[in-house]
Design a protein around this ligand. Structure first.
Ligand code: GLN
Length: 481
């Protein structure tokens, strides 16, 4: 087995036993990137020399007898998180040459834990999208079929983990961007509860739903990363205090059936008649495993599910239009445009710097927030959002956890949907609910399904848990993967 194919858990044992070094795993990952990334295009920046320096430092720490789950483990980071001395583009032309003066809190925490940063991964520009086709630097391809998308917006992170370019990757999820690409690429994607992980140094998209989380090869590995990056941060006022986020509500049944008494809900609205039967089969197979372990499978209803997409696509552009207002092109990015006055400068730099989807969201959001339409759109969307949250609250009175498909289908062809923004928005049908409600959710590989041309592509099963109950979610997900 090549070292880049190891899981974190496997690498940990070998590193601690001094059978391998961090530098060796790092070189194996860098080789894999060199070998495959010209085709896959998961990475926007590779910092090989820096990675070697960090790996040697980790090896020194290991030689001194230091311990730590991620000490010496190489990873890639979505290019929407600030990294000191390494450019951060958000896959946008407007930030083409931007080098942040500081690390995002999550990056700093990983550095302190001794993880080795290999580079930055591709995404839809500013994380707007579900296919990575909105990247100003070209799409990421799915390692399972290079003619298909890797999903988005964290397509680069998911593809990199699937192609063994790293042992794990950092990503962000605003409305599915960790889970959907994880489903398309057959890896584990964990979206933490809103407020569990610091957003400091994450370029803001939808500030009320943005979260940072891991994409990994196993649930165990995703948990290991979450443990390091989670926690209250002075620099992000929305991070919740430890006592709130530390719900140790795991299932402790001592009978031979580990999940005896656990109630798993299947939301009716996620299994409508037109759902691809193969998708349903894979999720029912996951439910069957839980049943064998003693869980009770129950049908529940989340009646406001159908409003998830319209609500999300009012709130997201509204917040996006406000958050993107700060990018004026003055400090960095495109080469300076000639302009006779400031207004014209903005027009030129923003006109050339933002891609079509960012512009579409700026327009939609500005409209939804404008004086005459605010009540009809933004305010109404926020009201319905509360109903969506209440749906989940009610469901969690009846069951401990929800099980759904992550996506209604497998990865589609590159270009197949790129001219149809509405079709792209509909991609998010099963993932926006947890985002709007701030709930933790995880996508775990659930098997392969046939896609239109008859080939087999991966599908993820999604677990959604009550807010801050990551521990239970992880415990249940481990049974599947
Ligand atoms: N597909 C969603 C969107 O386009 C996901 C975005 C995300 O989670 N960053 O908004």
């Amino acid at each position: 087995m090549n070292l880049n194919e190891l899981t974190i858990k496997e690498a940990r044992v070998l590193l601690d036993d001094k059978k391998i070094t961090s530098l060796e795993i790092t070189e194996a990952c860098l080789n894999q990137i060199t070998k495959l990334d010209e085709q896959i295009h998961a990475c926007l920046t590779v910092c090989a020399d820096k990675a070697r320096v960090e790996a040697k430092l980790a090896d020194e720490r290991l030689a001194r007898g230091e311990k730590g789950m991620l000490l010496g483990i190489p990873y890639l980071c979505k290019d929407i998180l600030m990294t000191k001395e390494i450019r951060t583009t958000a896959a946008s032309k407007i930030l083409e040459n931007y080098i942040a003066p500081y690390d995002a809190t999550v990056v700093r925490k990983l550095k302190e834990a001794g993880a080795v940063l290999l580079g930055k991964t591709n995404l839809d520009e500013f994380a707007h999208g579900a296919s990575t086709e909105n990247s100003a630097y070209g799409p990421t391809k799915n390692p399972y079929d290079l003619t298909r998308v890797a999903g988005g917006s964290s397509g680069g992170s998911a593809a990199a983990v699937a192609a063994n370019m790293c042992l794990f990757a950092l990503a962000s999820d605003t409305g599915g961007s960790i889970r959907q690409p994880a489903s398309f690429c057959n890896v584990v994607g964990l979206k933490p509860s809103y407020g569990k992980v610091s957003r400091f140094g994450l370029l803001s998209m939808t500030s009320s739903t943005d979260v940072v989380g891991p994409i990994a090869k196993t649930v165990f590995d995703a948990e290991a990363v979450l443990k390091i990056i989670a926690g209250k941060d002075e620099l992000d006022a929305t991070t919740a205090p430890e006592e709130m986020t530390n719900i140790k509500n795991v299932f402790t049944d001592n009978s031979s059936k580990p999940f005896a008494g656990l109630k798993v809900g299947l939301p009716e609205e996620y299994f409508l008649e037109n759902l691809n039967p193969e998708v349903k089969d894979r999720i029912m197979a996951a439910a069957e495993k839980l049943k064998l372990a003693g869980a009770e499978i129950k049908s529940v209803s989340l009646p406001y599910t159908k409003y998830g997409i319209p609500v999300y696509y009012i709130i997201t552009p509204s917040e996006v239009s406000s958050n993107l207002a700060r990018f004026d092109g003055i400090g960095w990015g495109l080469k300076k445009e000639e302009a006779v006055n400031l207004q014209e400068f903005y027009k030129k730099s923003r006109g050339a710097g933002f891609g079509p989807e960012a512009k579409r969201r700026i327009m939609l959001g500005t409209y939804a927030l404008s004086a005459g339409y605010y009540d009809a759109y933004y305010k109404k969307a926020q009201t319905v959002r509360t109903l969506i949250i209440e749906d989940f609250n009610k469901a969690f009175k009846k069951v401990d956890i929800l099980l759904t498909p992550t996506c209604p289908h497998g990865a589609f062809k590159i270009g197949e949907q790129s001219n149809d923004p509405l079709a792209m928005y509909l991609e998010d049908i099963f993932v926006t609910g947890a985002s709007l409600s701030g709930l933790p959710a995880i996508s775990v590989p659930a098997g392969m399904i046939k896609v239109k041309d008859g080939s087999d592509m991966p599908l993820g099963a999604q677990f959604i848990a009550p807010r801050f109950n990551e521990d239970l979610m992880i415990q249940v997900a481990k049974l599947i993967m």
